[in-house]
Design a protein around this ligand. Structure first.
Ligand code: ATP
Ligand code: MG
Length: 242
């Protein structure tokens, strides 16, 4: 019987899960049984969808809000910790810019927000900025830049980690500018950086383009300042020796 159920499920595009649990679900009526099975199928689909979104996002590590300390992060007055945990800014196509020293939790927070966005069914992409630029360059060389940009245009949240950590060449800067311009008022961007705005021109060469990029990013964005000392140093084995 289970095999036949599995065949029907496949034809109806339902998960195999139904066949597997069909013999174990207990209920007092036929309707209750059906309801329980359907509810499990809904829950199963939601979980697989979330897992797929997290996988597609390409996070470097899977960090969450669990144990994350906000004490040394300065938030703008209009934004609360619970707003961040809700990832509500995505609905308004707002951006977040995380600025602060190394090891202060920028990547961790960007990842936790990204995972929450996936849990809400949003499409997210996490890139180290230099890797995004490499991909753009490669796509251009293959003559597939438009195709690649079109894929990026389907996402809800673009995370550019380590913005300005690696200098870009002129072409790379232009390509990144194009991506940021495309996102403007269409989808949210999170940028993590330890470079203040006045120094961005050093990595993007062209002053006008840098100004235009900052203008687009800063309009509709929240700036978060990471003031603390490096967690890596605080928690390293060298503690007590410094
Ligand atoms: N506020 C925090 N609460 C809990 N853990 C933290 C916090 N900040 C940093 N950490 C931990 O410290 C380590 C370094 O943090 P993270 O990589 O996010 O720093 P970063 O600001 O992105 O640094 P960099 O500029 O060098 O990329 C990680 O293991 C992270 O989980
Ligand atoms: Mg980082």
């Amino acid at each position: 019987m289970e095999t036949e159920i599995a065949v029907c499920c496949r034809r109806l595009r339902l998960s195999r899960n139904i066949a597997e649990i069909s013999g174990q679900v207990e209920a007092d009526s036929h309707q209750e049984y059906l309801l329980k099975i359907l509810k499990q199928e809904v829950a199963y689909r939601e979980t697989t969808r979330k897992n797929r979104l997290v996988k597609q996002a390409g996070f470097y590590s899977l960090k969450t809000f669990d144990g994350y300390c906000f004490d040394e992060i300065r938030l703008p007055a209009e934004l609360s910790v619970s707003d961040l945990k809700d990832a509500a800014f995505i609905e308004q196509q707002k951006n977040l810019i995380f600025y602060g020293n190394v090891g202060t939790g920028k990547t961790h927070l960007a990842t936790a927000i990204g995972i929450e966005a996936c849990n809400k069914g949003k499409a997210v992409r996490f890139f180290r900025t230099a890797a995004l630029v490499n991909q753009l360059n490669d796509a251009q060389k293959r003559g597939e830049l438009n195709k690649y940009l079109k894929q990026l245009s389907k996402i809800d949240l673009l995370i550019c980690d380590e913005w300005g950590y690696v200098p870009l060449d002129r072409d790379g800067s232009k390509l990144l500018f194009q991506v940021i311009s495309d996102c403007y008022e269409q989808r949210s961007v999170i940028i993590t950086t330890n470079l203040e705005f006045s120094k961005w021109v050093n990595i993007f060469y062209d002053e006008q383009m840098t100004a235009a990029m900052i203008d687009r990013l800063v309009h509709h964005s929240y700036l978060l300042l990471f003031d603390g000392q490096s967690y890596r140093i605080k928690n390293s084995l060298m503690k007590g020796y410094a």
